[in-house]
Ligand binder design. Structure first.
Ligand code: FMN
Length: 352
């Protein structure tokens, strides 16, 4: 099959993957209402091009929190890459991100260590689930710092795990032999268990305050959907936000993340950069997010599909396809760069 867009990669990955692992990657919580909503919301938005602006070919390069990126697309943190590419896992992903010049957010629940991921030498941010044991949480932060991670992404939409019914039906509870949470090994953690992540249901702003004291790295909160929380985050010294519903894997029936972006952009009023993830599958999706106030988007599943299809080269191909689509969409919108778009260039389909 000739692969011409990101969705094609999912078809290739589905063919190649153990169906249980495919379900783990593709699934969301309960009825997967939010999984579907994320993509559907982009389709409901229409792009209004500007004409005759002499924009030339657009520049995609950008900076987010001091980190240069060749395009406004990051790799969202996703767990367990060795389920997709057993030989190398996250190392293959990290090489592709480095070569493409994009930021990779390494998941705490990676199947090789953060130090091994960092060895690829690209720009890395580290995603953290605050652990009930603050000492252990701090040791993870220190390791991420020492490995050269440039920002800390604290996932705040997971005081508990969402209910994944495909996982239950497949009885997928244990990682296969040889696959484990490499960052957590040896800390008394049941690290071969897929869903028994140690989360902190009591997580609160006091943890953010504490992390602010623990590290000098920029801190982003991932999983913000309410504008009041966005305001509180800025007041609490947070450096950036990821508007996200966890790809529909946590609370089902949350709104599509792109639909929350405008209200959060209003609440934040440019004080911190916003990243949005969930359902980004097309260059036009990226352009819509930028026009609505995002500095960048992050992609989760498409990276896993590329990785399952062809390892590092598959991830590289996903990023190259998306880059071409963004360039094309920006050019057709009359935009000279990723920042050269107005909110008035996105309207609801069917509305004037
Ligand atoms: C298989 C899988 C594992 C994930 N693991 C994590 C994780 O460990 N930490 C986290 O903050 N988000 C995790 N996410 C959520 C992603 O970071 C991101 O929010 C989501 O995938 C974006 O939606 P998309 O897949 O439609 O692009 C995971 C998502 C998937 C699909």
């Amino acid at each position: 099959m000739r692969v011409v867009n990101l969705r094609d990669f999912e078809d290739v990955a589905r063919e190649k993957l153990d169906p249980v692992f495919y379900d783990y990657f593709a699934s969301g919580a309960q009825d997967e209402v939010t999984v579907a909503a994320n993509e559907a919301a982009y389709r409901r938005l229409a792009l209004v091009p500007r004409i005759l602006r002499g924009a030339g070919l657009p520049s995609l390069a950008t900076r987010v929190l001091g980190c240069a990126a060749s395009m406004p697309v990051m790799l969202a943190p996703t767990a367990f890459h060795r389920l997709a590419w057993p030989s190398e896992g996250e190392a293959a992903t990290a090489r592709a991100a480095r070569d493409a010049g994009v930021i990779m957010i390494a998941a705490m629940l990676s199947t090789i260590t953060v130090e091994e991921i960092a060895a690829a030498g690209g720009t890395l941010w580290f995603q953290l689930y605050v652990q009930p044991d603050r000492g252990f949480t701090e040791s993870l932060v220190r390791r991420a710092e020492a490995a050269g991670c440039r920002a800390l992404v604290v996932t705040v939409d997971s005081p508990a795990l969402g209910r994944n019914e495909r996982g239950d039906r497949n009885d997928f509870h244990d990682l296969p032999p040889g696959v484990f949470c490499a960052n957590l090994r040896g800390d008394g953690w049941s690290n071969g268990h897929v869903r028994q992540v140690v989360l902190s249901p009591e997580i609160s702003w006091s943890h953010v305050e504490w992390l602010r004291e623990v590290t000098r790295l920029p801190i982003l909160l991932k999983g913000v959907l309410h504008p009041e929380d966005a305001r509180l985050a800025v007041e609490n010294g947070v450096d950036g936000l990821i508007v996200s519903n966890h790809g529909g894997r946590q609370l089902d029936t949350t709104p599509a993340s792109i639909d929350r972006l405008p209200v959060i952009a209003d609440a934040v009023a440019g004080r911190v950069p916003l990243i949005v993830d969930g359902g980004v599958r097309r260059g036009t999706d990226v352009v819509k997010a930028l026009a609505l106030g995002a500095s960048a988007v992050a992609i989760g599943r498409p990276v896993l599909w590329g990785l399952a299809a062809d390892g590092s080269e598959g991830v590289a191909a996903v990023l190259a396809l998306l880059r071409r689509e963004i360039e094309n969409a920006l050019t057709l919108c009359g935009a000279a760069s990723a920042g050269d778009l107005g909110r008035d260039q996105v309207v609801r389909q069917g509305m004037p």
